[in-house]
Write a protein that binds this ligand. Structure first.
Ligand code: DON
Length: 303
């Protein structure tokens, strides 16, 4: 597999030498100051063998990638009951869109757009203390990554709480439709904190192994649930850019506005890439490009 190492090294060198980095997310003030000129990539094979290149040890804000882990926890707790509150269809809208939620009476299209993820967090909370819920989420990710050094960045969470007007609008609208069990403040406080979990690409690629169906991978969920999570990542993981990502990369994946992407090669590998500059969908510009090239060069696709 030295082939994979040389592909990653070349990808990282090419990405670092091309000057168009995209723009970092500015609507979360604490993330607006991140230097866009960074790129890191890590691939962990099903047997645990690891390959990395570029800025691989820098912790970045995982943001919406954490929605994969909260969904796994919510399905474990509530099972199919969860789908009474949230759908499973691609939204075709921006991740923080408001209009569709009203048209569909407060039932978010899928668990990865903001409204859907807020409903998932609300479901996990279910009367428990936010602190305990957050401890469970962090613990799940640490167990998946087999790494205790994964934490929440409180400054990022507070920054988003202070400026998260759109998310408050979504949560209040769901509350008005009877689709929120906790107060908007309580649910969003928990949601903003799990979005603010930080990981390096290496930690994130390791954390994704539980979604790779392989004998050596950690068993945190059943094989059936693993396949369904992968299906949702493929159809909804990149919001209104999901079709384009599926066309270009052909792998189930989840993005975050911190510039990270986690992609799963079923049965074979978990891959994480990070570059904080975003494209027009709010997904990593160079991360998407690198995933497309890696998938092509490794012949990795579910199709
Ligand atoms: O709620 C938000 O807007 C952020 N905490 C997460 C959004 C996000 O990561 C979208 N992904 N590209």
């Amino acid at each position: 597999m030295t082939d994979l190492q040389s592909i990653l090294t070349r990808l990282s060198d090419d990405m670092h030498s091309d000057g168009d980095w995209g723009d970092v997310a500015a609507y979360i003030p604490e993330l607006a100051g991140v230097d866009p000129a960074q790129f890191g990539i890590a691939a962990v094979l099903a047997d645990g063998t690891t390959f990395t290149a570029g800025d691989t040890d820098v912790p970045f804000s995982a943001q919406s990638i954490t929605k994969v882990f909260t969904l796994a926890i919510a399905l474990g707790r509530s099972g199919d009951q969860l789908w009474t509150r949230v759908g499973r269809e691609p939204s075709g809208r921006a991740f923080n869109s408001i209009v569709q939620l009203e048209q569909e009476q407060g039932r978010p299209r899928n668990p990865f757009i903001n409204a859907g993820a807020i409903a998932v967090t609300d479901e996990i909370l279910a009367g428990r203390a936010p602190r305990d819920t957050l401890a469970e989420i962090v613990q799940f990710i640490r167990a998946a990554a087999d790494d205790r050094d994964i934490h929440i960045n409180d400054a990022v969470a507070r920054s988003e709480f202070a400026h998260g007007h759109r998310n408050f609008a979504l949560a209040h609208f769901m509350a008005s439709c009877g689709n929120l069990k906790n107060t908007p403040e309580r649910t969003l406080g928990t949601y903003f904190h799990h979005c603010a979990i930080e990981m390096s690409v290496l930690q994130l690629a390791r954390a994704g192994l539980f979604l790779v169906e392989a004998a050596e991978a950690p068993r945190l969920i059943s094989a059936g649930r693993m396949r369904r999570l992968n299906a949702l990542m493929m159809t909804c993981g990149h919001y209104d850019g999901s079709g384009d990502f599926a066309y270009r990369v052909g792998l189930p994946a989840k993005s975050g506005v911190g510039g990270g992407i986690l992609a799963i090669v079923p049965g074979r590998a978990s891959v994480a890439v990070w570059s904080p500059g975003l494209n027009r969908y709010g997904n990593s510009l160079k991360g998407t490009e690198a995933m497309a090239r890696l998938a092509r060069e490794m012949d990795w696709s579910v199709f």
